[in-house]
Design a binder for this molecule. Structure first.
Ligand code: SF4
Length: 225
């Protein structure tokens, strides 16, 4: 996996901003869509489930205008009002409930800073305890909003690894541990590997008809060679 990471470092860094990923300081929230607030990263991690980032942008601009870009405000607001703000993301009624559930967990633990800056396993358990927040969303929040060293083991990342030639374990947790065992244990490389893999699936390694001739990984890819 280090070989892939080297390709990502040398060929993908400049491409990522075109897809709303911004490589920068390892601890910055800006990796995720250029957002400056970790709470906005967490909120948009829920909003982006099963939709495109372009739709999320409209929703969080509405939340910002309504001053609902933090969990204390979301906790105080009505699910119906939030639902109307995030209409652009689809499944807005259920995502509104998820945001309310996440806000409950955050406020119950004393606010965002106290909530996120706890032991990784405790935060993860609380995130997974929110109805509708699964492993990948929880781990995206932990890594990109909380700077916890855990890899969001997306099926999109698995697609790239399988095609490149890795034998990828089945099941989320087994796959997560597999990736983590192959990467240097630091935030920058975790974030870069995740963002770059997702971009590869957009520019070339689509689910059907991958465009291998355009792919930055073609020199290293088992499927292409
Ligand atoms: S070379 Fe083709 S199969 Fe391999 S990662 Fe790139 S697009 Fe996917």
């Amino acid at each position: 996996m280090i070989g892939l990471l080297d390709v990502y470092r040398s060929k993908l860094m400049g491409l990522l901003p075109y897809f709303d990923w911004y490589p920068c300081d390892a601890h910055s929230p800006k990796w995720w869509g250029g957002l400056e607030s970790p709470e906005e990263v967490a909120i948009t991690a829920v909003l982006v489930q099963q939709t495109r980032w372009e739709n999320v942008k409209k929703a969080y601009e509405n939340l910002r205008l309504a001053r609902l870009n933090n969990f204390v405000a979301i906790k105080k607001s009505s699910a119906n009002f939030i639902k109307n703000c995030i209409r652009s993301v689809g499944m807005n009624a259920s995502k509104s409930k998820k945001l309310k559930g996440l806000a409950d967990a955050v406020v119950k633990n004393g606010g965002w800073e106290r909530f996120i800056n706890r032991d990784l396993e405790k935060v993860r358990a609380d995130l997974l305890g929110v109805n509708g927040i699964g492993y990948e969303t929880a781990d995206s929040i932990l890594l990109f909003a909380g700077n916890h060293l855990i890899f969001p083991a997306s099926r999109l990342v698995a697609r790239v690894l399988e095609r490149v030639g890795f034998s990828v374990p089945k099941g989320y947790e087994a796959f997560r541990r597999f990736i983590e065992s192959g990467l240097p244990r630091n935030l920058f490389d975790y974030k870069l590997f995740y963002a770059s893999s997702l971009v590869i699936t957009k520019v070339a390694c689509r689910s059907s008809d991958p465009e291998c001739s355009k792919c930055p990984l073609s020199d290293a890819c088992y499927k292409f060679l």
